[in-house]
Write a protein that binds this ligand. Sequence first.
Ligand SMILES: C[S@@+](CC[C@H](N)C(=O)[O-])C[C@H]1O[C@@H](n2cnc3c(N)ncnc32)[C@H](O)[C@@H]1O
Length: 275
Amino acid sequence: MRLKQALQGVLTEKEVQSFVGSYDVVGDIAIIIVPESLRAKERIIAEVLLAANKNIKVVAKRAGNYGGEFRTIPLTILAGEKRKETEVKEFGIRLRLNPETVYYSVRSGHERRRIASLVQEGEEVLVLFSGVAPYPLVISRFSRALTIAGIEKNPEAHRYALENLRKNKQLDNIELYRGDAGDVLAAQAGRCFDRVIMPLPRMAAAFLPWAVKVLKPQGWLHFYDLQPKESFELSIGKILDACRDQMRVVDSAVITRCGHCAPRIFRICIDARVS
Ligand SMILES: C[S@@+](CC[C@H](N)C(=O)[O-])C[C@H]1O[C@@H](n2cnc3c(N)ncnc32)[C@H](O)[C@@H]1O
């Protein structure tokens, strides 16, 4: 509300409406999306945002889109301190990260908490694509899992993940591996898990053969995908195909919407139980 009021002297009513809600706060960094029509006013918007919220120390804008293998996004600082590293608190977990060099979405916090609430005592859990380790840490904090293994290819994300493990040192049932998910699993041939989490929408399907292979009978797969509403079933189809190839059976598959990335495209998670 304070931000809305503060922006009223700078932007038209319509511009205020379109701008408010179109930014994320990652730790003490506000990341804004500046539409072309507001380019000339971006610095003043950033200064207003900084002044309106004492918890924000840096205002940066998205200078491109999420891209590349590591799903990172270029940022340009518009106001405040000249740094891009910050610390985030997620359900009491401390996460250090640089939102330009690693992928991290504050908007997925509730989804990570939802998954943690499904984990049963004694489970061995695998998080493929573990980033700076938010899934492993939230699962460790809110479940009685025996072990949680995370695999991450981006060396910078893995470095932060190790630092975050040290920061949350009471959570000591996590193992982190750096490398390509397939390569790391190949090197641990024979190891199996009760639950495999695959938070790499759009590209996770290529790793389904691995996920199914390392999943114990009656295990759970959490497969993330991006789909328009009318095509959710296609994501279930990808799991069915991967299971059929390995003579495995999908007992149940439930779809959860956990965000959207474009006007009609949803981020979904399929929770599938596989025998
Ligand atoms: C959408 S992000 C999710 C990160 C983290 N789980 C989270 O919730 O913040 C996907 C992650 O997968 C990593 N990644 C991409 N390809 C990979 C691969 N072949 N093996 C392991 N990690 C990979 C990226 O670097 C990125 O950190």
